[in-house]
Design a protein around this ligand. Structure first.
Ligand SMILES: *Cc1c(COP(=O)(O)O)cnc(C)c1O
Length: 482
């Protein structure tokens, strides 16, 4: 779609799909938004969807399905055991990844539970390019330790590196030498590295990591939840992939790994998950746990309708026109923000656009949660719901002290194929207004702070009357309350 040239010379992403089902949206007035965010304890997780205009909290389970997916859902074969629906899915996974075995699960973290139970023994280490919250939790639960071995550039906010999700090979070699290969439970590569801004790795990097694993007999696991974004970036940024089809790149990636697992809440625009495996003996070890935690082997906790949607969605993932909308809209958003001098993570990744709160509201100290305050302020002035990824998302140390996060980001996720360009332009306009008025934004403090996962359920209050002053300025500038 980026190949279509506009006569005007303007470069905007052009959708290669049309909308055929709509959901009405509601934009509450700013006074209602102030009430809603106050009731939610300034925590965007606690907002009710009815008070939200553009929901950019996450890309999980909220991606738009295609007409072919919806049609397939009607043809689902409901059966506990041996359903045709399941075999269609199994065949599609084997075809796309070129792997011999498949196990269905109810979502991505369920795969992580099963893989960790089998492969992680107390005292073992799992090196990875970056952790994901649920992945780390399951490894730690089984007595393992996560070692993040990203490149230094991976966590630089401002960068031009095309593959910030790459693993640092020297660090991997050193870790294996220092601990011995038998101490390494498995090496995990995460496609479209979620927590550092949806950043991809290159095919070359995956190949080299795989060579290291194979020469030391260490299992290699690919978390393919954000595979579609990584594939898109490989195709446009990776010299090695220029002449390969999306399917050929996928086959090559899977060939380099022993296990590929994914959350279908992201990959395939559906809900569910699964594990694909090359080797029979490994498959047998995982297979035993599926009926225990997920369900019978021909549904794994998923509804047959979702499985049909997955089968078609996986097929559509091999089509560039089906997977480019998300990353191209994000690139548009990031480019426009950069032009306006608004601090944002670069280069553009998949998943969403990440505002750098550390610079956006540099006057707010980290113990007053700059990214959380920015999330609250953006909702207040626009009805847009983002997600804090900073100090609020950290857990307190056992002595009660608070670790300060290395980054303070406000993530604005871009559900795939859901929003239009005018909605993205609205978001850009309100972000720009907020940036001009950033001096008015103040900090937050907890008044209800749960011990675990405080970012989900914690409630905070503003440290001053900054929200009222922001509302006043908004009304003065826009002359009304929307
Ligand atoms: C979302 C996600 C998971 C977990 O998947 P769920 O379906 O939410 O359980 C695992 N890994 C990555 C990279 C993800 O983005």
């Amino acid at each position: 779609m980026a190949n279509v040239k506009f006569f005007s010379g303007e470069q905007i992403p052009l959708e290669m799909h049309k909308v055929r089902i709509i959901q009405k949206l509601f934009l509450p007035e700013i006074d209602q938004r102030l009430q809603a965010i106050t009731e939610a304890g300034n925590n965007t997780f606690l907002l009710k969807n009815r008070d939200v205009f553009l929901d950019m909290l996450t890309d999980s389970g909220v991606n738009a399905m295609s007409d072919r997916q919806q049609a397939a859902m009607l043809l689902a074969d409901d059966s506990y055991a041996g359903s045709e629906t399941y075999f269609r899915l199994e065949n599609k996974v084997k075809e796309i990844f070129g792997m011999n075995y498949f196990l269905p699960t109810h979502q991505g973290r369920a795969c992580e539970n099963i893989i960790s139970q089998v492969l992680v023994k107390p005292g073992t280490i799992v090196p990875m390019n970056y952790h994901f919250t649920t992945t780390k939790a399951h490894i730690v639960l089984n007595g393992g330790v996560v070692e993040e071995i990203f490149m230094d550039e991976g966590i630089e906010v401002d960068s031009t590196h095309p593959f910030k999700g790459n693993m640092d090979l020297d660090k991997l070699n050193k870790l294996i030498d220092d601990n011995g290969p038998e101490k390494i439970a498995f090496v995990r590569m995460e496609a479209g590295t979620n927590l550092i801004g949806g950043q991809p790795f290159s095919l070359e990097n995956l190949t080299e990591v795989s060579q290291i694993c194979r020469s030391s007999n260490i299992p290699m696991v690919l978390d393919a939840s954000l595979l579609s974004d990584n594939l898109y970036f490989m195709k446009i940024r990776d010299e090695q992939c220029k002449d390969m089809s999306i399917h050929e790149i996928t086959l090559k990636m899977a060939e380099l790994c022993d296990i590929v697992y994914f959350s279908a809440r992201k990959l395939s625009f559906a809900r569910g998950g699964g594990i694909a495996i090359h080797d029979e003996s490994m498959y047998k070890k995982f297979q035993e746990l599926i009926p225990l935690y997920e369900g019978f082997l021909t549904y794994g906790g998923m509804s047959v309708r979702e499985m049909e949607a997955m089968t078609v969605g996986l097929d559509e993932t091999m089509d560039m026109d089906m997977i480019n909308q998300g990353p191209q809209f994000i690139a548009y958003m990031v480019d426009e923000l950069v032009k306006k001098g608004i601090p944002v993570v670069t280069p553009a990744g998949g998943l969403g656009c990440h505002l750098d709160a550390m610079r956006f509201v540099s006057h707010i100290p980290q113990n007053e949660y700059p990214a959380g305050a920015l999330a609250s302020a953006l909702y207040l002035i626009s009805g847009i719901r983002g997600m804090e990824r900073g100090t609020m998302s950290e857990q307190r140390n056992p002595d009660g002290s608070e670790p300060l996060s290395a980054m303070e980001l406000l993530r604005l996720a871009m559900p795939r194929r859901v929003y239009t360009l005018s909605q993205v332009k609205y978001a850009l306009d309100r972000i720009q207004w907020l940036y001009e008025n950033r001096a008015l934004i103040g900090g937050l403090r907890f008044y209800e702070e749960p011990k675990v996962l405080r970012f989900f359920f914690g409630k905070l209050e503003p440290v001053s009357d900054w929200q009222e002053r922001l509302v006043e300025k908004f009304k003065a500038d826009f002359g009304d309350s929307l």
